[in-house]
Write a new protein. Structure first.
Ligand SMILES: Cc1ncc(COP(=O)(O)O)c(C=O)c1O
Length: 411
């Protein structure tokens, strides 16, 4: 018999996506499905597409796919690239690595920039810091033949809890006077961390439903720029389902060329209302505050945060590094079995070395306190020596910094 065979109360889904879905959104999704070619749907479609532009902070089209984020990654590449094109990608973690592998599978030639080596904790340095824009600039300057067609980076690396300065990447491309497109994965950043598609000069932003938008998995996005749309006219990679042109055309009336995920779109409508009612600055401040509270706990435990550069701490999740010799997945398992709390596993090169606490979606101070209490009990049960009580540190933080306290990104 497992220790907790009949859990009561709600499961604590504290992974960095899929995030807990608010009841208001679950109720919207449960409404009867309507005709996706009827007038009622067209009005919904137009509302959604306009709302999404506000969330991506763009005046240009946002394409919605009935697919997980991986589909939208593929869409970004196949709509803009031709076989054999060189793309410059940057290793920030597991998701940057998966996108690079996809580029290879599609017949592109990805070059993967990375910071070399491991640090004293035995962890890859490149997985603990954000994109170094100067390395991108150097590489683009050296590309005198202008072979590189795109720079692809991850805004919020969900495997590590590290963000990257996208405006700095844009400046690097401009400083090198390089024509490459800038493509950004903000699958887990959008609607939690500040993100500005137009202002930062991004050509394609890839995102998904199951993180900051607080929806179940199943829909994903490409936000476009006029330059990306232009590139799609001459790009030669084969595409049909992912092709932007037919979707953008059908979207003018609020429709899709195929059957969209009607009920998830009801949920999206509710999500957009919730986010825009609160206002994006408040949404971003809320996540920064939660993140700082969680980091206060990790510091009091005397454990390392996966991100070593405070300027790019993720507002969405925190990676907690285990002392060498402690299996992070065993700790997670104990916490799950004893307290019905799910934490994110370490992925790829940091498997077994760290776990991830998500602070996004339908959360509040008390759900986070419960998650931290589960972590603290589980760490103790697993024999991890703690320097102090993280729970107490987080209680003090949340009690002394009321909701609405605006924190700077590098707090
Ligand atoms: C940053 C990032 N990119 C890409 C993906 C892949 O998206 P999906 O699993 O929805 O296909 C994820 C999923 O967690 C992610 O966090």
């Amino acid at each position: 018999m497992k220790l907790n065979d009949h859990p009561t109360g709600r499961h604590y889904l504290q992974i960095p996506g899929p995030s807990p879905v608010p009841d208001r959104i679950l109720r919207a999704i449960s409404l009867p499905t309507i005709d996706h070619r009827g007038p009622e749907f067209g009005a919904l479609g137009l509302k959604l597409l306009a709302g999404l532009q506000r969330i991506f902070q763009t005046r240009h089209p946002v394409v919605v796919y009935p697919a997980s984020g991986t589909g939208a990654w593929e869409a970004a590449l196949v709509n803009t690239m031709s076989p054999g094109d060189a793309v410059l990608m940057y290793e920030t973690g597991h998701f940057a690595t998966l996108w690079q592998k996809m580029a290879l599978r599609l017949g592109l030639q990805p070059e993967f920039l990375s910071l070399a080596g491991t640090d004293a904790a035995g962890l890859p340095v490149s997985w603990r810091r954000g994109v170094q824009a100067d390395l991108i600039e150097q590489r683009l300057r050296a590309d005198t033949a202008r072979r590189i067609r795109a720079v692809c980076v991850v805004h919020n690396e969900t495997s590590t809890g590290v963000t990257s300065d996208i405006a700095a990447v844009r400046r690097a491309i401009d400083a090198a006077r390089h024509p490459a497109l800038l493509m950004v994965d903000s699958i887990s950043g959008l609607a939690s961390a500040d993100y500005r598609h137009d202002e930062w000069g991004v050509d394609v932003t890839v995102s998904g439903s199951q993180k900051g938008l607080m929806l179940p998995p199943g829909i994903s996005f490409n936000a476009l720029s006029p330059k990306a749309l232009e590139a799609s006219k001459s790009a030669q990679l084969p595409r049909a389902f992912w092709a932007w042109d037919e979707i953008v055309e059908a979207n003018r009336g609020g429709y899709w060329p195929y059957t969209p995920s009607t009920n998830l779109l009801y949920g999206l409508s509710e999500s957009l209302d919730m986010l825009l009612e609160q206002g994006l600055p408040e949404v971003f401040a809320r996540h920064l505050r939660w993140a700082e509270g969680v980091r206060a706990a990790v510091r009091s435990w005397g454990l390392e945060i996966q991100c070593t550069d405070p300027a790019v701490y993720s507002p969405v999740l925190t990676g907690v590094v285990m002392p060498q010799g402690v299996d992070a997945d065993r700790v997670r398992r104990t916490i799950h079995e004893r307290f019905d709390l799910s934490l994110g596993t370490g992925l790829g090169k940091v498997k077994g070395r760290m776990f991830r606490i998500g602070h996004l979606g339908d959360c509040n101070d008390l759900t986070l306190m419960a998650a931290l209490a589960g972590c603290e009990m589980g760490l103790k049960l697993s024999g991890v020596a703690l320097a102090g009580s993280g729970v107490q540190a987080a209680l003090d933080f949340f009690a002394s910094r009321p909701q609405g306290t605006v924190l700077k990104a590098a707090a």
